[in-house]
Write a protein that binds this ligand. Sequence first.
Ligand code: NDP
Length: 334
Amino acid sequence: MVKVLLTGGSGFIAAHAVDILLQRNHDVVFTVRSDEKGQKILSNHPGTPSSKLSYVIVEDIAQEGAFDEAVKSDPPFEAVLHTASPFHFKVTDVKKDLLDPAIIGTTTLLKAVKKNAPSVKRVAITSSFAAIINPNGHPKVYSESNWNPITQEEAVANPQNGYRASKTFAEKAAWDFVEKEKPNFDVATINPPLVLGPVVHYLNSIDNINTSNERVANLIQGKWKDGLPSSGIWIWVDVRDVALAHVKAIEVPEAGGKRFLLTAGYYSNGEIASAIKSNFPDLADKLPQDLKSDKPDDVYGIDNSRSKDVLGIKYRNLEESVIDTTKSLLAIGA
Ligand code: NDP
């Protein structure tokens, strides 16, 4: 058992991380932007004492010093999970809305831990496949050795670049911090691609669905009835496996100093739609006629062996994930 600070407790991935941390008997303090969100999460864990689950407010991670107080605790923290970071494309100013919260959010947290939480031994950070992918030319096989070569100039060209750059620059800043500052703790990063999976009902509404589940929402609401858009990056992972990987990343000593490319394998929008069609016949009339996969035959390879060997992750398959995602979206009004 360790005492863990989890940033961004109201997020899609973090909601599952809370559950897995508690199941594995860790004590959790999560950060949220408002009392309203904090209370909502607590009230959905009835019977969990405040010694096991509580929250602190961190309103804006883009502010220097945002975590200076949050990292102080009695008894003190031994590990930190940093998931908070903007993941959406509704931005007007890429620097202010995406880059600053991602990069400053990471560095100001690491500074605060070094300064005010000397008992922390491990900080696990949610990075992304966005920090690995090279959209200019895919390698034969992606692994943790690849880095997105995106530049500062490209970063501000559009929100999609902005998001990918925010994850790349934030992760780089974390590794640089460790190298230069030689803190008492080490770092591990979790680098998932598209994350699908059930949302928790108490934090979500169908009109405000998290970015990565939007495609499932679009499908079951008939928004793609006229045809499937391009699938995007081709690889995916279930949110529960991502959450477990975060928890393993603070439990397993050998995880320190490592990146983890987390993926269950390939997907296409056509395969997601087919899984919905065969498991929810009532939704068939919301789906387009043509459910063909647009994944190219020569799609890049992926090496997820480190996540299995070091963290022991056993991946859920696409059909199970799509079924559980769909059920959860129907339950919140889709
Ligand atoms: P969510 O949007 O559900 O969660 C993002 C969390 O970050 C929310 O709790 C949000 O708080 C918080 N946050 C964002 N900006 C700020 C800010 N300026 N100050 C304080 N808190 C902030 O997304 P996910 O759960 O999907 O994402 C979690 C992490 O996983 C992110 O780091 C994301 O980049 C990464 N990731 C996600 C993938 C996916 O497919 N879902 C894939 C790869 C990586 P609030 O809700 O109050 O705004």
